[in-house]
Design a protein around this ligand. Structure first.
Ligand SMILES: O=C(O)CCC(=O)C(=O)O
Ligand SMILES: [Fe+2]
Length: 246
């Protein structure tokens, strides 16, 4: 086990159950310009059946537009002291239930086609119906991090492109990185630990890449993971989840 001042007392690492979103009017998210996808999206596996990435999912210019836009949202700093059983996360976040934006990310980016392709469709644990309308924005400034935890599977309602409501369950976490070292952000890697313990020898550290989308399996098969401390610049992330019919 790596020595770390953030290491916790014995016991199972906590889960990262997100707080219930407060219902407000969704923001006017910037358009996806240039139209997406800008590259042939190829699913790259980092950990077999557990972690995959799509590089250049958003072009750099769109990431810049998004960061400029997100900066103006009313982000709130999460308390350093978590509720019992919750992971320590220190970052600034904004959370909104926005089925329209979830649908845009799903259907207007090339994501749907690549995830439902024959090679990939078996990964998701069922019939994928879209993305969790619970959209979370994270900003990590120097000193901020998301301590080791597991992500839960949740029951949600997905409103499809045609407006019908489908009962669904989240099966994979989706993280879209909007900044990286190319933008001056140092640290902030998403680190996975395959054997349920924080171990420097075993870690799989995914470095930030501007515009890269990462998906990792959650719920029962979730790997212990953390958002490593940012030491310079800002890490910006859009988080949602992949949902299957339930
Ligand atoms: O920011 C990261 O790299 C990890 C975020 C995360 O683990 C989560 O949203 O549950
Ligand atoms: Fe997580």
């Amino acid at each position: 086990m790596a020595k770390d001042k953030r290491s916790k007392a014995p016991g199972p690492p906590p889960s990262a159950t997100p707080a219930k979103p407060v219902t407000t009017t969704p923001p006017s998210w910037p358009p996806f310009k240039p139209s997406l996808p800008v590259v042939d999206l190829t699913l790259e596996s980092l950990v077999e059946d557990k972690v995959v990435v799509l590089r250049s999912f958003f072009p750099r210019s769109l990431c810049r537009d998004y960061v400029a836009f997100l900066r103006a949202l009313p982000l709130t700093t999460t308390p350093g002291k978590p509720k019992r059983g919750e992971a320590v996360r220190v970052n600034d976040r904004f959370q909104i239930d926005d089925a329209r934006f979830a649908n845009r990310l799903w259907a207007e980016t090339g994501l749907k086609e690549v995830l439902l392709s024959e090679e990939a469709a078996h990964l998701w644990g069922g019939e994928v119906v879209g993305l969790n309308p619970n959209i979370r924005i994270y900003r990590y400034s120097p000193g901020q991090f998301f301590d080791a935890h597991y992500d839960d599977s949740n029951n949600v309602t997905v409103t499809t492109e045609t407006g019908s409501q489908v009962s669904a369950r989240t099966t994979w976490t989706l993280l879209l990185y909007l900044t990286s070292s190319a933008d001056g952000c140092i640290g902030g890697e998403t680190v996975f630990y395959p054997h349920d313990r924080r171990s420097a020898k075993e870690e799989i550290a995914v470095s930030l890449e501007t515009g890269m989308l990462l998906l990792h399996k959650h719920g029962r098969d979730c790997m212990l993971h953390e958002g490593r401390e940012v030491t310079a610049g800002e890490k910006w992330v859009i988080r949602t989840d992949l949902c299957i019919k339930w």
